[in-house]
Design a protein. Structure first.
Length: 318
């Protein structure tokens, strides 16, 4: 199958990752299946909210064995292809994102396509066809002159370190931890502070997996919050989601509120949640295209001067 979609005038061809089998199954079925094929899988990453488990194969020869096990399972089924994109995987669901041109007869186009609207944001709609087929539906939508663009609505799964499960890879040698305060000396930020300290009218939007806004170094400078996955004002990171809080601390933690002063300390903070990790044991940073669009749109429309999008993961910071 041709896994191609168009972004603007650019064709994007996605190549399936043959080292991963994506399985749609409930939690119990996913655990049972993972144990069943354990000798052929180096790790399993379950995205509970999406009902999808990504099985990383030990070797290419394991693919047919794992697929046969999935086919023979009573409730599990193989999901659509899984694509590698940089340091994460893209999984296409059954829905499609479509943006309409100004003046387009949106309802008429969607009705003719036989799709149902799931969510929308301005002129961007997330729609679903009863037969799934997101790549084909996206292509058919693009053929309408009233459509600006259309693509499968992807779930992005970022692989965090130390996921559970056996691994045949040799451990990475530990790197020497840099000396405390090295970033201050490297950037010579005190020279900037001597000219201009943080201004509360300057809002820095930290768009991440959520921020603990009750942290003593962060609480004084929180201006607004937003939760993109749930499209609501208040955002609550899961207890094990710490990356956003660490990024906010480095960027804007208030001067005099603790041992850390943010580089932009004194500025205001927009705490914006754009995703989450699936669970504390088998972590995967999960987000969707619409959530990222929501987060970015909300931030700039509400007056953010800086958008911080450090969408990665690392060691926990206090």
């Amino acid at each position: 199958m041709d896994y191609t979609h168009v972004v603007g005038q650019r064709r994007v061809e996605l190549v399936p990752d043959e080292s991963v089998v994506a399985v749609r199954a409930g939690q119990t079925a996913a655990r049972t299946l993972t144990r069943l094929v354990g000798d052929h899988v180096s790790r399993a990453m379950t995205v509970q909210s999406e009902g999808v488990t990504l099985l990383k194969l030990q070797e290419p020869a394991s693919r047919d064995i794992v697929r046969d096990a999935v086919e023979g399972h009573r409730t599990a089924e193989e999901h659509s292809a899984c694509f590698r994109m940089g340091g994460h995987h893209l999984v296409a669901g059954s829905d499609v994102m479509v943006a309409f041109k100004r003046g387009a007869r949106r309802s008429r186009i969607l009705s003719r396509m036989g799709v149902v609207t799931q969510e929308k944001l301005g002129n961007i709609y997330v729609v679903e066809h009863k037969e799934g087929r997101p790549f084909e539906i996206a292509q058919d939508l693009r053929d309408h002159k009233g459509v600006a663009w259309a693509e499968p609505h992807f779930t992005s799964v970022h692989h965090r370190p130390n996921v559970s499960g056996a691994s045949t890879q040799a451990p990475t040698p530990a790197r020497k931890r840099p000396e405390k305060g090295y970033e201050i000396r490297l950037t010579q930020v005190w020279n900037a502070w001597a000219v201009q300290s943080g201004n509360p009218n300057i809002k820095i939007a930290v768009i991440d997996e959520g921020i603990q806004v009750g942290h003593p170094s962060i609480k004084p400078i929180v201006a607004r919050t937003y939760d993109a996955p749930n499209d609501r004002g208040r955002q609550y990171p899961k207890p094990w989601d710490y990356h956003g809080t660490a990024c906010a601390g480095l960027a804007v933690s208030a001067p005099g509120s603790g041992p850390v002063r943010g580089f932009g300390g004194g500025c205001g903070l927009f705490a914006v949640r754009m995703g989450y990790t699936s669970d504390p044991k088998n972590q995967a940073l999960v987000t969707k295209t619409l959530w990222m669009v929501r987060a970015l749109n909300w931030a700039w429309k509400n007056g953010a001067s800086v958008l911080s999008c450090s969408w990665s993961a690392g060691e926990q910071s206090n």
